[in-house]
Write a protein that binds this ligand. Structure first.
Ligand code: SF4
Ligand code: MG
Length: 326
């Protein structure tokens, strides 16, 4: 079956030297949520910009329903742009302060000539606002009159207005108060259920990822180092970097507590990527081999891939029987 989206060996080099994305491949099915996780600077936002074609890859291809986006006509590309929408991190700067809520949520329809006349636009806006729990009385309000969570709801409706097949959500809740995050995540899940949209969900927050993802891809210094279904990722991570990320998450139950793995130092610069395994300068399990040879992203269990020479050899120290992810 044709995948909804297929990224193949994507690379993005800035200024000839900064290897922000350094050979990334993944695919997404219809209705699926793939979470892309990692520390800031790992290249996950650059991947999202490549998928949205806000920037062109230096190398590699992106196929949408089997079609190479780099070889599409302008017209075909315009069609695909309707199918791939986005929700950004900051609901404050991503909404035009001079537009009313009603105009914001109907703008994509108006731009594509799918809605005509003030009255019709107002009715449609009211209907759209209701889908995310906002009422008709909000239709003439300005963005500054909404809370952060409400603003992000406006951003979500706007993203869904054209009935996209894929939404790229880049840290959609991390700028929000903790108290409203789960509401916004629930709205995203309800909308997905209702519309059948796939999500590429960029996040550094493991608790959110555990809630929303079907599969998880972990990025480190421009590469995916682990890619797995959510349940096996959370119960049996195979890459030491993933283990370190997971060990920082508070446990839901004392029996499930993972031994805290503290990584040394900051990630190296993408200008100077370490030889061999790019994680070796910070890996608590590194061996001589790791400095010389780069481990491929290889299958280690069902649908579960990791880029570590010793992925199956180590009894992972923090592996715990954690069934709450499934
Ligand atoms: Fe650590 Fe070596 Fe595995 Fe890299 S290949 S993650 S350095 S053990
Ligand atoms: Mg899902």
């Amino acid at each position: 079956m044709t995948k909804l989206l297929e990224a193949n060996d994507l690379r993005k080099v800035f200024g000839g030297a900064v290897r922000a994305v350094d050979g990334v491949s993944f695919s997404l099915d219809e209705r699926e949520t793939l979470a892309l996780v990692g520390e800031s600077g790992c290249g996950k936002s650059t991947v999202s910009r490549l998928i949205l074609r806000l920037t062109d890859p230096t190398e590699g291809t992106i196929r949408f329903e089997g079609q190479d986006m780099g070889r599409m006509s302008q017209r075909a590309l315009k069609e695909v742009r309707r199918e791939i929408q986005f929700v950004f991190q900051d609901p404050f700067s991503s909404l035009d302060p001079r537009m009313t809520a009603g105009d914001i949520v109907t703008e994509p329809l108006a731009v594509h000539g799918l809605i005509k006349g003030r009255a019709k636009r107002r009715d449609t806006a009211t209907d759209l606002l209701k889908t995310v729990g906002l009422s008709a009385k909000h239709v003439n309000n300005w963005p500054r009159q909404f809370s952060g969570g409400q603003r992000q709801r406006l951003g979500i409706i706007r993203a869904f207005a054209l009935g996209p097949r894929l939404i790229v959500a880049d840290e959609p809740v991390s700028a929000l108060d903790v108290s409203v995050r789960s509401q916004v995540i629930n709205i995203l899940q309800d909308m997905q259920e209702d519309k059948g949209t796939a999500y590429l969900f960029i996040s550094h927050d493991m608790a959110t990822v555990k809630h929303i993802a079907d599969r998880v891809a972990v990025m480190y210094l421009g590469k995916i180092v682990e890619l797995a279904p959510k349940s096996s990722f959370f119960s049996a991570p195979q890459h030491p970097y993933s283990e370190a990320l997971l060990s920082a998450v508070p446990a839901s139950h004392p029996d499930k507590r993972r031994e805290r793995i503290l990584l040394q130092g900051d990630p190296p610069s993408p200008v100077n990527i370490p030889s061999g395994c790019r994680f070796h300068t910070r890996c608590p399990l590194a061996q001589e081999l790791c400095k010389r040879e780069e481990p491929p992203l290889a299958q280690v269990a069902d649908n579960h891939a990791a880029a570590c020479h010793f992925a199956q050899a180590w009894p992972m120290r923090s592996r715990v029987a954690d069934t709450s992810a499934s």
